[in-house]
Design a binder for this molecule. Structure first.
Ligand SMILES: Nc1ncnc2c1ncn2[C@@H]1O[C@H](COP(=O)(O)OP(=O)(O)OP(=O)(O)O)[C@@H](O)[C@H]1O
Length: 941
C-alpha cells in the first residue's frame, strides 16, 4: 500500500469547547470558505455558535438536535470519517457515508427521504466496529469514534455523545486491529538547523521520535537529516507526522506508512519540553540522557506526544518516560541494505515470513516477538553488551531443561505490555484483568528457574520479575474463571468475593424464581393452560394469553396490549415483584461495575512495576528463542573481536539453512583479513550461489551483533560499525529514478559513508548500463574501496575482467563458485573456491529457465562468434592504474592496447609526454595543439 497524507486539527480541535473561527484541516480555500456548497464541508469551518449551517451558510433551524450534535462532533475531528454511535449501531452521514459505503461495502440509505435535502447515511452494528475500522485504515483513511457517553435509559432528552478517539494507522490499539507480533509506531520527524553550524550552512539535523500507543514505548533521537529514510525504515512506523510548514521536508509518498502534517507549534522546543515534562511529571528532561544537541529529538517527541494527547481522550499514563536513542550504540543499516538483506520483510511480498526475522523467531509470547524484531532491526556495536546477550543464550543452549521449562511457562502468559496499556487507557475489560492475573500466577515458576544463574542478563531478568502477590491474590479472588471482554456484560465477579453483590444477586435470582412460580400459580387458578410470562422494556413483565383462552381471564388481569393472536396483561402482584427483581438486578450490576473499577484501579497502580515485568519477560523470551533455534539448527556462538576481520568456517545462509531440506545447503568458509584479502571478488556462473554467499556473510555478521548464535561451524567476527548491501537493481520508477540511477545513488552512499570498520557487500554493480561503462565503474569502485576505505568487501560480479585487480591490489582476493561440466550439462556445486572464473554459463541457465531451444542454439552461435571476434578486446583488457602505469606497472601478457579506454595508447600520449612546456612559447603550444587535433580527425590514427 502506498502512503497517504492527512492533516489534522491543531490544539483543542478535538475538544468540544471549540475556539472561535478555527479552521480545521488543511482544506483548499474553496472547501473551507463560506461559499462552499456542501453542508458537510461548511461544517468544517465551524465555531461554537455556528454549528448548524445550511447549504447557504445560514442557520438551519430545521436541523434535528441529533444532527446538530453530529455536526458538533464532526467539526472536532478534522478529515477523519465520523462513526456516530446510535443505540446498537454506528452511523455515518453525508459525504462520510458515501465514502464509507464505497470502501466498506455498506448500503447507502438516506434520512428524510422525502425532504428536498435527504441526508445520506450508512451504518453497521456496533460489534463490527473493529473490522470496519481496520478496513478503513488500511484504505488510508482515519476514523473518529463518537460514543454515547451516558446511559440512554437514564438520559434526560438527547443522549450525550463525545468523540472518544481519532483512530489512524499509527494510533491503533484495538487488539483485533493489531498484529500481536509487530509494534505499531507513530513516528514524528522534525528538521532543524544543526546547532553550532554556520548560519548560511545548509547542515540540518532531524529529530525523530517514535511512540507506541498500545505499549507506552517512546524513543527519540537526533540524526543526520540524510538518514531520515534509513531510520524510518528501521523503525517501520505505521504513520509519520511532520511539521506542516516545513518547506525542507518532503514526505516520501511511496513509503509504506501514512503521513500526517501537524501544526508547527506542537514542535516548538518550549512547548515540546513542557508537554513532555508534564506527561512524565518531571521538572526537566535531564534524566533521560538527552544532550545539548538533541533539541530536534525533543521537538519531535513533543510533536508526537501532543498528537497522541489530541487524538486519544484517554489517560496516557503508560507513557512514563522516554528513551534517548543514541545512534552510536547501534549498527548502522540503511534502508536499501535493510531491504536487500530481507532482515524483517521479504522483498517480494513484504511479509515477515521468509525474512531473517520470520525464520529465526521461536519466541513464545508476542512481547518477545516484538522485542526480537527490534534486536534484529538494530544490532549493537558494543562488544560487552553483545557478549552479555550471548552468555544468556549460551546458558539456555547448554541447559535444555531450563530452556524448555521457561518456554513452556512463557506460553501460559499473556501480552502484559499491551494489557497494561489498555488498563492505562481505560480501554479494558474483565478478561484483560483475568489475563494479568494469569500472567502473574506464572511468575513464581519463572523466577524460581532463574535463581542462581551465571549469566548477567538472566540475573537481571530474575530481579525484575516482580511477583506482586497482593495484586495477584486480589485479582484471583475477585474474578470468575471465565470473564467477558466487556464489563458491561456482567457476571464476572466470583461469588463469595463481595457479600453485598452476593445478596443482590440472590435477591434477583429469587425474584425470577418467584415469577416462574407465579406463572404456574395463575395457570392453576384460572385454568388457562397457556399463560406465558414475558418481558419488554415498555410494559416490563406481563402475562400473555392467546385469543382462544382470553374468555377465562379473571378481573384482576389488567389488559395492556392487544396483538393479533393474543392479549397481554399485568397484575398488581406481578408489578410489585418486578420492581424488586429489576431493582436487585440493577443494583447488582452497579455493584459489579463498582468492583470492576476498584480492581482496575488497583492494577493501574502497579503500572510501572508491571511494565518492568513485561520488559523482563520479553527479553527472557528472546534469549530462550535464540537458544532454541541455535540448538535445533546446530548454530554456534560467534567470537567477537575488535579487528576488522571475518573468519567464518562452514557458514550457511540462515534462511536457506532453515528452509532447505536438511543437508542440502552447501556450507562455505569466509576469510577476510588484511592477509587473506579485505576485498573479495566473487565470480562464477549464474545461479552458482554468489549472491547467497555474500548475503550469508552479511547476515551472519548482523546476527552475531544482535546477540544471536550463527549458522556456522565457527565464526570470528570483527565488530562492524555499518553494513552496506547493494544487491540487485530494484525498479524505482515510482520515485522518478531509473534503475541505474538508484544503483549509483546507493553506491555513492557506500563510498561516501563506509569506514574501515564497515562491511560492504556488492552484487553486480554497474549491470544497468553499457558493458564498458559498467566495468569501468566497477573497477574504479573496487580501487576506491581498496585504497581509500579499506573495509571488508564482498563483490559478486560477472565482469571477469575485474579479477586482474588481484594482481595489482594487495588486499584483493579472487574467489569463484565451482561448477562441474558434464556432457554439455553444468552442475552447480555451490562451493566457494579460490581464483577467478572465466565463464558465466548464462546460456545454460537460460535453457534451464525454458528459453526456446532455437533461441538458445542461436545464442550459442552468437556467443562463439563474439568470443572469436573480441577475445583479445574483451577478455584481457589492460587498465592503467591512476598513477599512469598499467595495473601491474608493466604489460599484461604482452598486450598493451587499451580496449576499454581506447585513447590510452594513442601516439599522442607519448608526444604530449615529450613536450618541454618550459621551453615552449604559447604560439608553439597552440601549433602543437592544432596539429594534434588534425591528427585526431585523420582516419589513419
Ligand atoms: N551454498 C548453497 N547450497 C545450496 N544451494 C545453494 C547455495 N547457494 C545458492 N544455492 C541455490 O542456488 C540458487 C541461486 O543462487 P544465487 O542467486 O546466489 O546465485 P548467483 O550466483 O548469485 O546467480 P546470478 O549470478 O544469476 O545472480 C539459490 O536460490 C539457491 O537455491
Amino acid at each position: 500500500m502506498g502512503s497517504t497524507q492527512h492533516s489534522l486539527p491543531g490544539r483543542n480541535a478535538c475538544s468540544q469547547a471549540l475556539p472561535r473561527n478555527q479552521v480545521f484541516g488543511r482544506r483548499k480555500p474553496d472547501q473551507t470558505g463560506t461559499t462552499a456548497t456542501h453542508p458537510e464541508t461548511v461544517s468544517l469551518k465551524i465555531t461554537a455558535d455556528r454549528l448548524s449551517l445550511d447549504r447557504d451558510n445560514r442557520y438551519d433551524f430545521s436541523m434535528t438536535p441529533m444532527m446538530k450534535q453530529y455536526h458538533e462532533a464532526k467539526a472536532a475531528c478534522g478529515d477523519a470519517l465520523l462513526f456516530f454511535r446510535m443505540g446498537d449501531f454506528y452511523e455515518l452521514f453525508l459525504e462520510d457515508a458515501k465514502t464509507a459505503a464505497g470502501i466498506l461495502g455498506l448500503t447507502l440509505t438516506s434520512r428524510d427521504k422525502d425532504s428536498a435535502n435527504p441526508t445520506a447515511m450508512a451504518g453497521f452494528p456496533h460489534h463490527q466496529l473493529d473490522g470496519y475500522l481496520q478496513k478503513l485504515i488500511r484504505a488510508g483513511y482515519r476514523a473518529a469514534v463518537c460514543e454515547q457517553v451516558e446511559d440512554p435509559k437514564t438520559a434526560k432528552g438527547l443522549v450525550k455523545r463525545e468523540v472518544t478517539r481519532i483512530v489512524s494507522a499509527g494510533t491503533l490499539t484495538d487488539e483485533g486491529l493489531l498484529d500481536p507480533r509487530e509494534a505499531n509506531y507513530v513516528a514524528s520527524v522534525c528538521l532543524m538547523h544543526a546547532k553550532g553550524a554556520k548560519k548560511n550552512s545548509p547542515k540540518t539535523v532531524a529529530g525523530i521520535a517514535w511512540a507506541e500507543l498500545s505499549s507506552g514505548r517512546f524513543e527519540a533521537g537526533t540524526f543526520d537529516a540524510a538518514r531520515v529514510d534509513d531510520e524510518l525504515a528501521r523503525i517501520g512506523p505505521a504513520e509519520v507526522i511532520y511539521r506542516e510548514d516545513d518547506a525542507h521536508f518532503h514526505p516520501d509518498t511511496t513509503a509504506p506508512w501514512s503521513w500526517t502534517s501537524r501544526p508547527a507549534w506542537s514542535f516548538a522546543e518550549d512547548s515540546a519540553t513542557e508537554t513532555l515534562c508534564k506527561q512524565f511529571e518531571v521538572s526537566s528532561l535531564d534524566g533521560y540522557g538527552f544532550e545539548d544537541n538533541d533539541s530536534a529529538a525533543i521537538r519531535a517527541a513533543g510533536g508526537v506526544l501532543t498528537y497522541l494527547q489530541e487524538t486519544q481522550r484517554n489517560d496516557l499514563s503508560h507513557f512514563r518516560g522516554i528513551v534517548s536513542h543514541r545512534k552510536s550504540n547501534f549498527l548502522q543499516i540503511d534502508a536499501a541494505t535493510r531491504r536487500s538483506l530481507e532482515i524483517t520483510r521479504t522483498i517480494r511480498s513484504g511479509s515477515r515470513d521468509g525474512s531473517l526475522l520470520g525464520v529465526i523467531d521461536r519466541t513464545c509470547t508476542s512481547m518477545g516477538s516484538r522485542l526480537l524484531s527490534d534486536w534484529i532491526a538494530a544490532p549493537l556495536i558494543d562488544g560487552p553488551a553483545i557478549e552479555a546477550r550471548l552468555d544468556a543464550v549460551a546458558e539456555f543452549v547448554s541447559d535444555a531443561k531450563l530452556r524448555s521449562d521457561v518456554r513452556e511457562t512463557l506460553k501460559q502468559t499473556f501480552d502484559l505490555t499491551r494489557l497494561m496499556a489498555r488498563i492505562a487507557t481505560q480501554r479494558t475489560g474483565p478478561r484483560d484483568l483475568l489475563q494479568v492475573a494469569g500472567t502473574l500466577s506464572n511468575l513464581p515458576k519463572l523466577k524460581a528457574r532463574l535463581t542462581d544463574r551465571d549469566s548477567e542478563r538472566l540475573t537481571f531478568i530474575e530481579a525484575h520479575l516482580h511477583l506482586c502477590p497482593e495484586l495477584r491474590s486480589k485479582l484471583e479472588s475477585a474474578l470468575a474463571d471465565d470473564c467477558p471482554i466487556s464489563a458491561a456484560e456482567g457476571n464476572f465477579i466470583r461469588p463469595g468475593y463481595d457479600a453485598e453483590l452476593d445478596s443482590l444477586r440472590e435477591l434477583a435470582k429469587g425474584g425470577k424464581q418467584w415469577i416462574a412460580e407465579y406463572q404456574k400459580r395463575q395457570m392453576d387458578e384460572t385454568g388457562i393452560t397457556n399463560i406465558k410470562v414475558g418481558y419488554n422494556r415498555v410494559f416490563g413483565y406481563f402475562l400473555e394469553v392467546s385469543n382462544s383462552q382470553k374468555d377465562r381471564v379473571p378481573d384482576f388481569f389488567i389488559r395492556k396490549q392487544t396483538l393479533k393472536n393474543c392479549e397481554r396483561y399485568i397484575t398488581p402482584e406481578l408489578k410489585e415483584y418486578e420492581e424488586k427483581v429489576l431493582a436487585a438486578d440493577d443494583k447488582a450490576s452497579a455493584r459489579e461495575q463498582h468492583l470492576f473499577l476498584e480492581i482496575r484501579s488497583l492494577t493501574h497502580s502497579h503500572l510501572s512495576t508491571l511494565q518492568e515485568v513485561a520488559a523482563a519477560m520479553a527479553e527472557l523470551d528472546v534469549l530462550a528463542s535464540q537458544a532454541e533455534i541455535a540448538s535445533t539448527r546446530n548454530w554456534t556462538r560467534p567470537t567477537l573481536t575488535d579487528d576488522s576481520i571475518l573468519r567464518i568456517e562452514s557458514g550457511r545462509h540462515p534462511v536457506l539453512d532453515v528452509t532447505m531440506p536438511q543437508g542440502e545447503f552447501v556450507p562455505n568458509d569466509c576469510m577476510q583479513s588484511p592477509e587473506a584479502g579485505m576485498i573479495q571478488l566473487i565470480t562464477g556462473p549464474n545461479m552458482a550461489g554468489k549472491s547467497t554467499y555474500i548475503r550469508q556473510v552479511a547476515l551472519i555478521t548482523l546476527m552475531a551483533q544482535a546477540g544471536s548464535f550463527v549458522p556456522a561451524a565457527s565464526a570470528e567476527i570483527g565488530l562492524a560499525d555499518r553494513i552496506f548491501a547493494r544487491v540487485g537493481a530494484s525498479d524505482e520508477l515510482s520515485r522518478g529514478q531509473s534503475t541505474f540511477m538508484v544503483e549509483m545513488v546507493e553506491t555513492a552512499r557506500i563510498l561516501n559513508t563506509a569506514t574501515s570498520r564497515s562491511l560492504v557487500i556488492l552484487d553486480e554493480i554497474g549491470r544497468g548500463t553499457s558493458t564498458y561503462d559498467g566495468l569501468s565503474l566497477a573497477w574504479a569502485i573496487t580501487e576506491h574501496l581498496h585504497e581509500q576505505i579499506g573495509c571488508r568487501t564482498l563483490f559478486a560480479t560477472h565482469y571477469h575482467e575485474l579479477t586482474q585487480l588481484e594482481e595489482s591490489l594487495p588486499r584483493v582476493a579472487n574467489l569463484n563458485v565451482a561448477v562441474k561440466e558434464w556432457n554439455d550439462e553444468v552442475i552447480f556445486l555451490h562451493r566457494i573456491v579460490r581464483g577467478g572464473a572465466d565463464k558465466s554459463y548464462g546460456i545454460h541457465v537460460a535453457r534451464l529457465a525454458g528459453i526456446p531451444k532455437a533461441v538458445n542454439e542461436r545464442a550459442k552461435d552468437v556467443l562463439a562468434q563474439l568470443e572469436a571476434d573480441h577475445r583479445d578486446a574483451l577478455d584481457r583488457p589492460t587498465i592503467r592504474s591512476p598513477g599512469g602505469s598499467d595495473a601491474n606497472g608493466a604489460s599484461v601478457n604482452g598486450q598493451y592496447q587499451m580496449t576499454l579506454f581506447g585513447f590510452a595508447d594513442h601516439p599522442l600520449i607519448g608526444q604530449v609526454d615529450q613536450l618541454d612546456l618550459d621551453s615552449m612559447t604559447p604560439i608553439e603550444a597552440l601549433q602543437f595543439l592544432q596539429e594534434a587535433k588534425q591528427g585526431l580527425s585523420s582516419p589513419s590514427v
